[in-house]
Design a protein around this ligand. Sequence first.
Ligand SMILES: [Zn+2]
Ligand SMILES: [Zn+2]
Length: 233
Amino acid sequence: MKPNITTIPITELFSETTGCPVCRMRDMLEEQYAEYVTGAAMMAPDVRVQTNRTGFCHRHFSMMVNSGPRLSNALLLQTHIDELRKKVFPKKNTDTPDKKMLAAIRENARTCYVCDRVEHDILHLLSTVYVQFGSDPDFRERYKAQDFICLEHYALLMSSVNKKAMDKKTLIEFYEATNTLSKGYADTLYDDVTHFASMYDYRNRGGDYKNSKDSIERSVSFLTSYPVDENLK
Ligand SMILES: [Zn+2]
Ligand SMILES: [Zn+2]
């Protein structure tokens, strides 16, 4: 079945508080789409037309390969590579590729079916977040109780805010809560990495690390919206 964003429980998503709520939303959608493209979408010719054209980014290829059936991955790759090779390589082996072909390679590196769908769905889901924030005091408290909002999703929440979804006073409350969750968190991270670095000073030997031991990992999550990848060395 195609992922259905109306089944994504916004209130439930915001009942959790670990990490950035929009990252959690994205993770949920990514997982659903990675499963969908190697599952039900194999029978959906219109999706195959799109995936043949766009391909996938490294992250989403990895999710599909690690969790999807081998045969589905092989079939998706077969038709994608076939379409791509006709588009990006010259017909004759002795020819050089033209500008259009080289541009198509760059375009292919930028496009991903899952990224496109997730980005589209997040915008839809955020419109519900604004409406909930504007109409439900309980939801406003849940929103404010989040750990933090990462930098990328701070920009997204602030730039796509639907001012019609709330009255003026609530809109100011939204800006204030969102700034606290992102700017306030950046301030905390600054203090934590500063404290962590200071613990390397011999004068602080045996001192208290306080909340700073994982400040490097938390900073990377905040800045990039993804946790440190332990597989990369
Ligand atoms: Zn985020
Ligand atoms: Zn992607």
